[in-house]
Write a protein that binds this ligand. Structure first.
Ligand code: NAP
Ligand code: G4F
Length: 328
């Protein structure tokens, strides 16, 4: 039997990779997409056509995830086997400027889905996009047993979602799993995140379109992995017979300056000649050091990272140098 999946946030980096992977596995994929005055489908344009297609590969539904009435009507109609809840304001720095909206999308968004699944008595497996930002100021290595000390409105909202997932699992027996994913990047990453900001700047410097790059904190350390491997982990998590909370990470750690070095040196440039640290991009509160321990994922879902930050930087720079039209 063909499985049906709903992806909220299908137009985002992770949603687009997950959609490709589910289609390859033979799923019927339904994407929840919000209305925008400009096209916001660049990452999934290759997966669907705007013209009438009698056999569309994916089904897109215009619903803001804060609009629970329309989510309910969609879930009632298609009774999905799996829901991947990826929609959120996902930019940590921006969550300080839009704290309420962050709480609504990253926090309450999941509660709405859980209430609908409970009310409709659906036998649906739900995946929630939790994050290493939950650990905040807890020193590394961070695992499923580490303390959550969130440092931003985004992370606090995600902690609400993480906890409400556990409550609905225990109280109502709803099948909800969470992936506590560490940073994962790709050529499809939005340009406002630091790795893509760096890789696009390298390509623009090479083309002579600019001669410097302004960043914020160059000393913050992250555990960076490759996005398609992380969306594969999401699917694996939902194939288990019991719900889990799993850390997904490479176990390696590099600073923002290190990532600059990987990206610039790939095209024989010295990053220190181009990168400037500016207060403009500093955050009111910073998460200084993330490095995950995903040994539980290795044993339960047989997941191991392949691409690490030095190679990731090369993949992203190459993509930006070759395809100048990626403007996510
Ligand atoms: P992303 O590229 O920013 O994508 C976010 C998606 O959510 C986009 O499709 C966006 O739509 C959609 N969205 C936001 N608000 C919405 C709303 N009110 N209604 C409907 N859709 C809405 O993020 P990502 O990197 O793919 O991450 C996916 C999820 O994983 C997010 O929840 C993020 O917080 C979480 N996460 C990401 C990482 C990471 O390193 N990438 C790590 C841990 C957790 P538009 O395209 O219209 O903006
Ligand atoms: O690339 P970033 O904006 O990612 P951040 O804040 O770690 O959040 C991402 O990963 C989380 C998982 O840990 C996700 F939950 C979240 O949704 C998102 O995908 O920043 C990485 C680091 C930070 O320490 C930041 O202060 O880079 C530092 N940084 C330095 N200069 C900068 C810049 N970040 C951005 N975005 N822009 C800069 O100019």
């Amino acid at each position: 039997m063909k499985k049906t999946a709903v992806i909220t946030g299908i137009t985002g980096q992770d949603g687009s990779y997950l959609c490709e992977q589910l289609l390859e596995k033979g799923y019927e994929v339904h994407g929840v997409i919000r209305r925008s005055s400009t096209f916001n489908t660049a990452r999934i344009d290759h997966l669907y056509t705007r013209t009438e297609d009698p056999n569309p590969k994916i089904h897109l539904h215009y619903i803001d995830t804060l609009d629970s009435l329309h989510l309910l009507s969609l879930f009632e109609r298609i009774a999905p086997d799996e829901i991947y809840n990826l929609a959120a304001l996902s930019h940590v720095a921006q969550s300080f400027d839009q704290p309420e909206y962050s709480a609504e999308t990253a926090g309450l968004g999941l509660l709405k889905i859980l209430e609908i699944v409970k009310t409709l008595k659906l036998d649906t497996k739900i995946y929630q996009a939790s994050t290493s930002e939950l650990f905040g100021s807890t020193p590394p290595p961070q695992s499923e047993d580490s303390k959550f000390l969130p440092q931003s409105p985004y992370a606090v909202a995600k902690l609400f979602a993480h906890n409400i997932a556990r409550v609905y699992r225990d109280a109502y027996g709803i099948f909800i799993s969470t992936g506590i994913l560490f940073n994962h990047e790709s050529p499809r990453r939005s340009r406002t995140f630091v790795t893509r900001k760096i890789s696009t700047a390298v390509s623009e410097i090479l083309r002579g379109e600019r001669d410097s790059l302004e960043l914020g904190n160059l000393h913050a350390k992250r555990d960076w992995g490759y996005a398609p491997e992380y969306t594969d982990a999401m699917w694996r998590i939902l194939q288990l017979n019991n719900p889990v909370d799993l850390v997904i990470a490479t176990g390696t750690q590099y600073s923002v300056g290190d990532f600059c070095n990987f990206a610039f040196s790939h095209v024989n440039l010295d990053w220190e000649k181009y990168v400037i640290s500016s207060d403009k991009f500093m955050r009111p509160l910073e998460v200084e050091s993330l490095q995950g321990d995903s040994s539980l994922a290795a044993s339960t879902i047989d997941w191991k990272p392949k691409v690490l930050a030095p190679e990731l930087a090369k993949i992203m720079v190459d993509a930006d140098c070759i395809v100048t039209s990626y403007r996510y």
